[in-house]
Design a protein around this ligand. Structure first.
Ligand code: IPE
Ligand code: IPE
Ligand code: MG
Length: 258
C-alpha cells in the first residue's frame, strides 16, 4: 500500500495514467451494497458494512493519484424512503466510519468536509461528530474528502435560491455565478469525473448543478467490490475522453485550415 501523506504530492506513478492530466475533482456514487448482500443471502446492512473497505481503498487510490478533491455520495435526500431499520443502521454506520478513520486521515493531511441538509432527521450526535471532524481537519492542506450526506442536488439548488432571496439580490442581477456562490461548498471545483457503480446509468440527484460538464463513467462493479484499481480504470477512461464544453478542441477539424 502506498502511504503518501496528502499535501506532499509527488509524481503520480500509476501505469497507463498520465500524471499531467489527473482530474482535479472526482465524485463517486457508491451504489450496489444491497445487491451485493442479496447475492450472498445476507441482509442489506451487511452490504453497507462491506462498503467500508471499498470506500477507504478508494480513498487510498485517490491519495495515490494526488487528487485535490474526492467526493462520495453516502446518503441522499431520497434515501429516507428506505425501511426505518436500514436508515437507522446507516446513521450509526456513518458515525462509526467517521470515528474510525478521521484520525488517520487527519494525520495524513486530508481535509474532511460534509455537504447536505442538516435537518431534524439526522441524529444530533452524528451532526456533532461531523462538525467536530470538519473543524479538526479544516487547516489540512492535502486532499479535500467530501461526504455528501443527506445530500440532494435539487435541495442544494433550492437552498441556494433561498439564500439569494434572503440576500435581497434583484432578479436581473441573478447569474450563474451568484447561484454557484451559494452552493453548499463554493470552494469546491466542479467534478471532472463522476463514477457510478452497480450498473445503474443515472445520477440519482448527485451534484446536479456541478456536473454540467463532468465526464461520467459507469461500472458494473458493486460498491463493496470496488477497489482503487477500479478508480484508476475510471481515470484511464476519463483521460481518453475529449472534453469540449460546447466548443471545439484541437482534436476537432476546425475546417478552413488550408
Ligand atoms: C448504496 O447501495 C448505498 C446507499 C444508497 C446508502 P444501495 O443500498 O443503494 O444498494 P442497492 O442499489 O440496493 O444494491
Ligand atoms: C444513490 O443511490 C445514492 C447514494 C449512493 C447515496 P440510490 O441507490 O439511492 O439510487 P437509486 O434509488 O438507485 O436511483
Ligand atoms: Mg442503490
Amino acid at each position: 500500500m502506498v502511504h503518501r501523506p496528502a499535501g506532499n504530492v509527488g509524481p503520480v506513478d500509476v501505469p497507463g495514467i498520465d500524471p499531467a492530466h489527473i482530474p482535479r475533482h472526482v465524485g463517486c456514487v457508491m451504489d450496489g451494497n444491497g445487491r451485493w448482500a442479496k447475492r450472498r443471502g445476507l441482509p442489506r446492512t451487511e452490504g453497507h458494512a462491506a462498503g467500508e473497505d471499498a470506500l477507504f481503498d478508494a480513498v487510498e487510490g485517490a491519495l495515490d493519484l494526488g487528487l485535490g478533491w474526492f467526493t462520495v455520495y453516502a446518503f441522499s435526500t431520497e434515501n429516507w424512503r428506505r425501511p426505518v431499520d436500514e436508515v437507522r443502521y446507516l446513521m450509526g454506520f456513518n458515525e462509526r466510519i467517521l470515528l474510525g478513520h478521521r484520525d488517520d486521515l487527519n494525520e495524513r493531511g486530508v481535509r474532511i468536509r460534509v455537504m447536505g441538509r442538516r435537518d431534524w432527521r439526522v441524529p444530533k450526535r452524528l451532526i456533532r461528530l461531523m462538525d467536530e471532524t470538519v473543524e479538526m481537519t479544516r487547516h489540512n492542506t492535502g486532499m479535500t474528502f467530501t461526504i455528501a450526506f443527506n445530500y440532494g442536488g435539487r435541495a442544494e439548488i433550492v437552498d441556494a435560491v433561498r439564500q439569494i432571496v434572503r440576500d435581497g439580490v434583484a432578479a436581473d442581477r441573478i447569474t450563474e455565478r451568484s447561484i454557484r456562490a451559494r452552493l453548499y461548498d463554493p470552494e469546491m471545483p466542479e467534478p471532472d469525473l463522476v463514477v457510478r457503480t452497480s450498473g445503474e446509468y443515472r445520477i440519482s440527484n448527485f451534484l446536479l448543478w456541478e456536473l454540467a460538464y463532468s465526464e461520467l463513467v459507469f461500472t458494473d462493479v458493486l460498491w463493496p467490490d470496488f477497489r482503487r484499481e477500479h478508480l484508476f480504470d475510471a481515470v484511464r477512461e476519463y483521460q481518453s475522453r475529449d472534453r469540449r464544453y460546447g466548443g471545439l478542441t484541437d482534436r476537432d477539424d476546425r475546417g478552413g485550415g488550408g
